[in-house]
Design a binder for this molecule. Structure first.
Ligand code: NAP
Length: 167
């Protein structure tokens, strides 16, 4: 079930935290534990439609309450209890890019990299320290985006971005 939210918002967006090398994960988990960053993720995604890859969903330490979750998986027999499943990510993105609701892509690397061209807004935490990682958000380029909001935190800078072509 999809949720209706901010009127007039039609778009795919993404929420990510990455280090100075665009590193986002290690061994199926986050490389860091940043409480304030998790609070921002919660604030941005609460009561919204979110989409994530099967690896990220299966690796969640606990259920994400009060969010409408779709999981991308190529396994037609994968049916988790608390989420919808799409076996066709590209079809899902094409179907929803002009929806009246916002769909927030929440990773991981393979999903971010495929969904990137569809996203018009981004919620990004730029982690200040370099971490040991094994997955990267390679296709992200800052030159594609304008900054519309910036908050400095001790371990990261949080920025909201809007795709340049959307202005
Ligand atoms: N820092 C952050 O903000 C952040 C956020 C989320 C996740 N992460 C991290 O990212 C890492 C996981 O990333 P990941 O790339 O390994 O996995 P992932 O993107 O979470 O999930 C990949 C899953 O999606 C499936 N998939 C890929 N393309 C698909 C498509 N086009 N249609 C349907 N299903 C598709 C894959 O199937 P196949 O394997 O068969 O291709 C696989 O089951 C973890 O370390 C996690 O903690 C970081």
């Amino acid at each position: 079930m999809a949720c209706d939210q901010r009127e007039g918002v039609r778009m795919i967006s993404f929420s990510v935290a990455f280090d100075p090398n665009k590193g986002i994960g290690i061994k199926g988990a986050l490389p860091w534990h940043l409480k304030d960053e998790l609070k921002i993720f919660k604030r941005n995604t609460m009561y919204k439609n979110i989409l994530m890859g099967q690896t990220t969903f299966d690796g969640l330490p606990r259920k994400l309450a009060d969010r409408y979750i779709t999981v991308a998986s190529i396994d037609p027999n994968y049916h988790p209890e608390e989420a919808e499943v799409t076996n066709d990510l590209k079809g899902f993105l094409e179907e929803h890019e002009d929806d009246e609701t916002e769909y927030i892509i929440c990773g991981g690397a393979s999903i971010f990299n495929q969904a990137y061209p569809y996203a018009k807004k981004a919620y990004v935490s730029f982690v200040k320290e370099e971490y040991e990682v094994d997955t990267w958000f390679n296709v992200f380029e800052m030159e594609d985006w304008d900054i519309v909001l910036e908050e400095d935190h001790p371990d990261f800078v949080y920025r909201e971005l809007v795709r340049k072509s959307e202005k």
